[in-house]
Design a protein around this ligand. Structure first.
Ligand SMILES: Cc1cc2nc3c(=O)[nH]c(=O)nc-3n(C[C@H](O)[C@H](O)[C@H](O)COP(=O)(O)OP(=O)(O)OC[C@H]3O[C@@H](n4cnc5c(N)ncnc54)[C@H](O)[C@@H]3O)c2cc1C
Length: 391
């Protein structure tokens, strides 16, 4: 590991302890994205993790930078998720954007002065992302005019630019898809009413409407033919980032339960003396260690042919373990676990949200299932009795 990552992880720890943990309840009550906090994250080097240093980023490999969300996730999983999406978009802009676009945006994004997010999902296409309707028409002067609507856009109205996946023809499938950056102030871009989310109210989310939105071809991030594959690569990074954030969430839940159980008097001792309680928390601790190993290995595999299936393993296993951890730790506190100051109910809801976003647990199973089919096809045949197989 480089010294740089040690410094960045320390900065993330400080950001969590000094900015997220003391304020997250107030952010949720206010229901407003804490822009001062994300500005502070930018100043701490947390908003350009994988972007090259020449554009003001930290230049960290994915396998190292992704660990930041474990630190931020100890404070809040939704905040960690939003910054992870900004970092992925910033990485895409710096890696694939045109020179003109980078000159205009890259330094503002790596510094966190401007925020970016990703718009793929549509009302009729969540898991089935190929069934997309948002269309770009390419004009004679090279500009693109885009119409359609996106759903579940995080940082809706707060992000300064949206990396939007569009189709460029009526042909079925994804071969005509591209990714184009649409700045927030582009005429024709509007946002629907905010979704109400009980435990991460500070993260604005809504539909995004594009009504003849015209942008320059300098805003193309991924050209026609690469939009869908590029989006899938971004989602793989997002899946591992979410698993990293979930590990922070699990650690926060476990530490709350341990600190409480050590002091809760019962049966002549304390709650943590009970073997049943130790077993429950022991399982959480085992799952946490397994989750850490899994997401860190998945992070190392990103960008290799095995990257997608490892990202799917991490996204399948870790958020489920986080849901279980948050619920188990709530149970350990008894009635107190349900009360707001302990934050466990919030962690349960966040963990459930993290099972859904960027590809549900079931979609991860689909990816793993397809990889198993390929593996099966490459194996030496095992005889199947007559009547059970081909012959
Ligand atoms: C908090 C949050 C933030 C988000 N932010 C963004 C964002 O910034 N940008 C963006 O583009 N999107 C965003 N999303 C969208 C997210 O990626 C989708 O919600 C997700 O892909 C699932 O789509 P869906 O909600 O439409 O569920 P659906 O696709 O309608 O799925 C419904 C159910 O069917 C299951 N299912 C689907 N296919 C199969 C199958 N083959 N076998 C078995 N079960 C299956 C699913 O697992 C799920 O349980 C966000 C979502 C959330 C919750």
């Amino acid at each position: 590991m480089t010294d740089k990552i040690d410094e960045i992880l320390e900065a993330a720890r400080r950001h969590c302890n000094e900015v997220i943990k003391p304020n997250v309840d107030a952010w949720n009550e206010a229901g407003v994205w804490p822009r001062a906090a994300s500005d502070a994250a930018g100043a701490a080097g947390l908003t350009g993790l994988y972007a090259p240093e020449e554009w003001g980023g930290q230049g960290l490999p994915l396998a190292e930078g992704i660990r930041v969300y474990e630190e931020l996730g100890k404070g809040d999983g939704a905040y960690a998720f939003a910054l992870s999406m900004h970092n992925i978009c910033t990485f895409a802009v710096c890696g694939y954007g045109t020179d003109t676009f980078k000159q205009k945006w890259a330094r503002d994004l790596t510094s966190g002065r401007k925020l970016a997010n990703f718009a793929l999902t549509e009302p009729q296409s969540g898991s089935d992302a190929v069934t997309m309707y948002t269309r770009a028409q390419i004009n004679d002067d090279g500009t693109w005019t885009i119409s359609g609507s996106k759903a579940w856009v995080s940082l809706a109205g707060e992000a300064d630019v949206y990396l939007t996946v569009v189709k460029t023809s009526d042909a079925p499938g994804h071969k005509d898809m591209a990714m184009i950056a649409i700045p927030k102030d582009t005429p024709g871009l509007t946002f629907g009413p905010r979704y109400e989310t009980p435990s991460y109210e500070f993260l604005p989310m809504s539909e995004m409407y594009l009504d003849n939105v015209t942008v320059s071809d300098e805003n193309i991030i991924l050209p026609i033919g690469q939009g869908f594959q590029g989006a899938l690569m971004a989602i793989d990074i997002a899946r591992v980032s979410i698993a990293s954030g979930c590990c922070g969430l699990m650690e926060a839940a476990l530490d709350t339960a341990l600190a409480y159980a050590l002091r809760r008097k019962m049966f002549g001792g304390v709650n943590l003396d009970l073997e049943g309680i130790q077993w429950m928390l022991g399982d959480v601790a085992t799952n946490l260690e397994a989750s850490r190993l899994l997401y860190r290995e998945a992070a190392r595999k990103l960008g290799t042919p095995e990257g997608p299936v490892w990202a799917a393993h991490a996204k399948r296993f870790v958020p489920d373990a986080a849901v279980d951890a948050a619920n188990t730790c709530t149970q350990v506190l008894g009635g107190m676990g349900l009360l707001k100051p302990y934050g466990l109910d919030r962690l349960s809801r966040l963990a459930q949200m993290l099972r859904i976003v960027d590809g549900t647990t079931e979609i991860s199973r689909v990816v793993i299932g397809r990889a198993l089919q390929k593996r099966a096809a490459a194996l030496d045949p095992v005889p199947v009795p007559k009547g059970y197989g081909e012959g």
